[in-house]
Ligand binder design. Structure first.
Ligand SMILES: [Ca+2]
Length: 223
């Protein structure tokens, strides 16, 4: 085994151990965070799988070092700029599965001519069935959707400043059929919906040619 292989294996083991302890914590209601500091820059992160809704290629997700990362040095970047309009790349955590939850992420819309999106998915069953909240820096709005059988349906919308090239915080809280969406610390949406009542996975989401950075994806069960 070469020294670099040994280092890679050690880092993978560390990432796996961190992910395992995070899952136990999330089930107990503790806040768990993906900061990407244990992942290697230039490669996909551990503990997330990459799926997509709609057409076009699935997206390209890599960890990369950013000078102004919200935590440490590393962030998660979606870097595929394919312009297919109904293309929704998703990076979803293998675990935990949560029903009532608080979920947040730091994100920066970097570029995109079709879209500049920063999204969170939750109660995620599969690539065609989940709740979604997302901010769009081209439209200047934050919206809450259901995606059922691959079709997006808007539940609620808020219009306001969503600056490109700046870090923001998007947060979702779900309690039964009640939902709150917060943007940069302010509650912007309250909504009721019964489409997906059961527990599901959590993750981050973009659209079309959005190049978006994410950091400090955090989740906890609400009891
Ligand atoms: Ca980080």
């Amino acid at each position: 085994m070469t020294q670099s292989t040994r280092a890679t294996r050690g880092r993978d083991a560390l990432a796996a151990a961190l992910a395992a302890s995070a899952m136990l914590g999330a089930a107990r209601g503790e806040l768990v965070t993906w900061s990407f500091e244990a992942d290697a820059a230039g490669a996909p992160p551990a503990g997330l799988r990459f799926e997509h809704t709609g057409g076009g290629p699935p997206g390209r997700w890599i960890v990369r070092a950013e000078g102004n990362a919200p935590s440490g040095e590393n962030v998660l970047a979606q870097t595929d700029t394919d312009r297919t309009d109904d293309r929704f790349p998703i990076a979803v955590a293998d675990e935990p599965s949560l029903q009532d939850l608080a979920l947040s992420v730091k994100c920066m819309p970097v570029s995109g001519k079709v879209d500049q999106a920063c999204g969170l998915v939750f109660r995620y069953r599969d690539a065609n069935n989940y709740y979604l909240t997302r901010a769009n820096a081209l439209e200047g709005n934050v919206r809450f959707y259901t995606v059922k059988d691959g079709h997006r349906r808007q539940v609620a919308s808020w219009s306001g400043e969503v600056a490109s090239g700046a870090w923001h915080e998007l947060r979702a809280e779900a309690r039964g059929d009640r939902f709150e969406i917060h943007w940069d610390g302010a509650k912007v949406i309250e909504a009721q919906d019964e489409t997906f009542a059961e527990a599901g996975r959590i993750g981050v989401w973009t659209k079309a040619d959005s190049v978006t950075l994410f950091d400090d994806l955090s989740a906890a069960a609400l009891h």
